[in-house]
Design a protein around this ligand. Structure first.
Ligand SMILES: Cc1ncc(COP(=O)(O)O)c(C=O)c1O
Length: 369
């Protein structure tokens, strides 16, 4: 059997056809930039989130940069980011001229917490930028409490957790302003690049709405020196289709996650992700296991036709691009240990039980050798 790490499957049945039809219809409408479909998607996503406004932008990285700029964050200021996150989050802080400060993740959830953030706060800290990593919500009550007490901004990166809830409320609605990506493999993926900014603050929303479209206030009147980062209409058309089934897609991911969870409990030295807990959703953007024999397990599965990935093999502070920050191995041991031991298994809507059973059987076989 050959099982890719990720594949677009027709789940729920008929989705592929709906996406193709939406694309053709959008092309025929000939309103390819900032047309009515983008507005409709923004409104529908805002409705799903339950509060605030949504501004579609070019990609998740731009969404992060726009959020930071909207908050006025820049040189001389620090933003706390996770030491085990994706590089985009750190790069966005650099892009606005601020300094990224790394906070360790919690060893069980792999998300940064109020305690790990508190340890790195300084007088220059302006904002904290948590990622709901792998699809699991951070402990937002604690983070909100901390930001309120310390007078800091909260900016959620919910690129990996579309639709996830924390105590009944969708993530992406807790920060003053928040960023997400619609990279195709995300839980709600476009057919190319896409992203969004969300906020409940109308002034911030207006600022982003202008800034992402060259700072345009009305046609050919530019109130600020803005940029071009717009969600294009073809992507919005795809996303409108995906949005309708987002909860269904997430439930399928959770069902598959639960199947792994039951089958892989007590296999070898495997550490499994924390299952969905009361009030704290995990929508399994990624199903990440840990083992001391990670590289051997990955090679073994590869030999059996099973694709896996590592999210992420080198933490940001040890990347060549961040050498100038001067961190040595050992600076962030939790993140570094995670990088050495984590392995993401195939989990996507449409993965069949037979395929999943094959993956489970091969993992068991590896540990029986
Ligand atoms: C947590 C996180 N933030 C930001 C991004 C960047 O999004 P994009 O690729 O759309 O720029 C990604 C991934 O793509 C991500 O996983």
């Amino acid at each position: 059997m050959q099982i890719p790490f990720f594949s677009f499957r027709d789940f729920p049945g008929g989705l592929t056809q709906q996406v193709e039809e939406a694309l053709v219809q959008e092309l025929r409408q000939q309103r390819l930039i900032l047309g009515p479909t983008v507005t409709a998607f923004e409104q529908e996503f805002a409705q799903l989130l339950g509060e605030g406004e949504v501004i579609g932008v070019g990609n998740g990285y731009d969404a992060l940069v726009l959020c930071l700029k909207a908050l006025g964050i820049g040189p001389g200021q620090e933003v706390v980011v996770p030491s085990n996150g994706y590089i985009a989050t750190v790069n966005a802080v650099m892009q606005v001229g601020a300094t990224p400060v790394f906070a360790e993740p919690d060893g069980e959830t792999y998300n940064m917490t109020a305690a790990t953030v508190t340890a790195v706060l300084t007088g220059k800290t302006k904002a904290i930028l948590p990622i709901h990593l792998y699809g699991q919500s951070c402990e937002l009550t604690d983070l909100l409490h901390l930001t309120q007490k310390q007078n800091l901004y909260l900016l959620e990166d919910f690129a990996q957790a579309h639709g996830a809830t924390y105590k009944g409320r969708r993530v992406g609605t807790f920060g003053q302003i928040n960023a997400t990506s619609f990279y195709p493999t995300k839980n709600m993926g476009a057919a190319g690049d896409g992203g969004a900014v969300t906020t409940q603050d109308p002034a911030l929303a207006n600022w982003v709405r202008q800034h992402h479209n060259y700072g345009q206030q009305e046609q050919y009147v530019f109130a600020q020196v803005g940029i071009n980062s717009r969600l294009d209409s073809l992507q919005a058309a795809v996303l409108r289709v995906k949005l309708k089934v987002l909860d269904q897609l997430n439930h399928e991911r959770q069902r598959l996650g639960q199947r792994y969870h039951i089958a892989l409990a007590n296999v070898g030295d495997l550490v499994l992700p924390l299952a969905t807990r009361e009030g704290v959703d995990h929508v399994y953007h990624l199903y990440v296991i840990r083992t001391a024999q990670r590289d051997q397990l990955q090679a073994f599965l590869q030999n059996k036709g099973i694709g896996t990935l590592i999210h992420y093999p080198v933490p940001p502070h040890l990347q060549p691009a961040y050498r100038h920050l001067g961190f040595k191995p050992g600076a962030f041991p939790v993140a570094e240990n995670l990088a050495k031991t984590c392995l993401s298994l195939p989990l996507f809507p449409g993965l069949s039980e037979a395929e999943q059973d094959y993956i489970i059987t091969q993992i068991e076989a590896f540990f029986r050798r």
